[in-house]
Design a protein around this ligand. Structure first.
Ligand code: SF4
Ligand code: SF4
Length: 445
């Protein structure tokens, strides 16, 4: 195959397999190939039962939709088995088709194969060689740059919801499933928000992501109220100029690496002065905030990445940390509904953040907290909107999440920190769920 110039920085894998005669490193691809060769083929991703790894294998029971097969296909491609240009061939496309980039493998594979990142590089290589990407993928990737315009097209969404023909045409022309509802954009939460909280309070920085800003402002509002009630002075993270900050997630997961890097650079520039002052950066949407701790290292952003990563915490992680340090003064009281049922976002699970969810919800007096043993909700960013993936998306949700939600009594509060997860719960079980910030706000006096 032709020499490969990777779009992501794979140097973290430079020394992988050094001195191991059995590492089976691919002939091409350098450290990208080494990252694929991390898979040693022990098939733990093809196990059945209650494990949560690889939802695509769990719904299909087909080894061709497992992490192992994806890694093996990538290695074969880099070894030249699929011709000189494997990234535009059918083998890799088929292998990656049902990967939802959930990071289940990064967490649960004994070797920590990071298929979500390998998939992003494969997609980027595909677009580079095939002369551009399809409209639908571009549309989803560019959501953060266009979200402020979407509320002016609400009428189009209503038309689609009320007239099946419009939904069917949208499916035929754009590949967006007619069976899926669309999220509704509102006014930008950030548009006129000052720093807030007691003047002499300890300063923190709240990172309001694209989704909390344009689609779910009540989550950001609740977080703001909880943090100020705990005595913090909350600075809102802002770009020096222009549009609101974006972590770059939608670009990365659709294989638009240059755009992801551009967004990440704006983010680093905006956050760095706060990080230098030692302020924690607090985020709400797991896939956005955790990108600062994970994929930023693969975007070649320089030495500030480590400092940003160290300061970036999910709201529940920050509150749990403050509590452990004996510094959290959050006046919480019992809430009328005494039971919450929690679904963890895949990336929260991949980063071990569920412990913080348990700890912080445990601070609400008399609250019974249960966790759903679930895998990916199946929405996975744009995956659940894609016409050809709608059925797979719902099957993933039906593995354990939706049945458990339907069983929950009417008064039970459902908690899901990912906006996509909440959307899937609404579509699949007709139940509303909320971010942990909203539960905590309910518990404020
Ligand atoms: S991806 Fe991980 S669990 Fe699956 S076969 Fe490879 S090493 Fe084993
Ligand atoms: S990212 Fe998720 S869906 Fe993709 S291979 Fe890993 S576990 Fe499977």
């Amino acid at each position: 195959m032709n020499e490969l110039k990777t779009e992501l920085d794979w140097s973290a894998y430079d020394s992988y397999g050094a001195g191991d005669a059995y590492a089976q490193l691919p002939a091409n691809g350098g450290s990208f190939g080494k990252a694929a060769a991390v898979c040693i083929g022990n098939r733990q991703c093809q196990r059945d039962g209650k494990g949560v790894m690889c939802p695509s294998f769990r719904i299909t029971q087909n080894p061709d939709h497992s992490t192992r097969h994806r890694a093996a296909t990538l290695k074969a491609a880099l070894d030249g088995e699929y011709g000189p240009d494997p990234f535009i061939g059918p083998e890799l496309e088929a292998a990656m088709d049902l990967c939802v980039a959930c990071k289940g493998c990064k967490r649960e594979c004994p070797n920590g194969v990071d298929m979500a990142l390998l998939r992003a590089e494969s997609l980027a290589q595909r677009w580079k060689r095939s002369g551009g990407m399809p409209f639908r993928e571009k549309f989803f990737a560019n959501l953060p740059r266009n979200a402020h315009r979407l509320r002016h097209f609400d009428w189009l969404g209503r038309l689609r919801e009320n007239i099946p023909l419009v939904a069917n045409l949208a499916e035929r022309w754009f590949g967006i499933s007619a069976r899926r509802t669309l999220p509704k954009a509102g006014r930008s939460f950030l548009s006129c928000l000052p720093s807030t909280g007691p003047e002499n309070g300890r300063e923190v920085v709240l990172l309001v992501d694209t989704f909390s800003n344009h689609f779910d402002g009540k989550t950001a509002q609740a977080a703001l109220e909880v943090l100020t009630a705990a005595g913090f002075r909350v600075n809102i993270a802002r770009a020096e100029s222009g549009r609101p900050l974006c972590c770059g997630r939608t670009f990365l997961s659709n294989g638009m690496i240059d755009e992801a890097r551009e967004e990440a650079r704006r983010m680093v520039a905006a956050l760095w002065p706060h990080v230098e002052q030692g302020l924690p950066i607090i985020g709400l949407e797991p896939s956005c905030l955790l990108m600062l701790r994970d994929e930023y290292f693969a975007l070649g952003l320089g030495e500030k990445t480590a400092g940003i990563a160290k300061s970036a915490l999910l709201l529940e992680e920050f509150l749990a940390k403050e509590h452990d340090a004996g510094r959290l003064a959050l006046p919480l009281q019992p809430i009328s509904c005494g039971h919450v049922l929690v679904h963890g976002h895949c990336h929260q699970k991949a980063f071990g953040a569920m412990k913080s969810m348990r700890k912080v919800l445990g601070l609400v007096p008399e609250l019974k907290v249960d966790f759903i043993e679930s895998s990916c909700c199946g929405m996975a960013g744009s995956f659940g909107f894609e016409a050809e993936h709608f059925d797979a998306s719902m099957q993933m949700a039906e593995l354990s999440l939706l049945p458990r939600i339907r069983e929950a009594q009417a008064g039970t509060l459902l908690v899901a920190n990912g906006m996509s997860c909440r959307h899937q719960i609404r579509d699949g079980a007709k139940r509303e769920s909320m971010h942990i910030a909203q539960v905590l706000r309910q518990a404020l006096p």
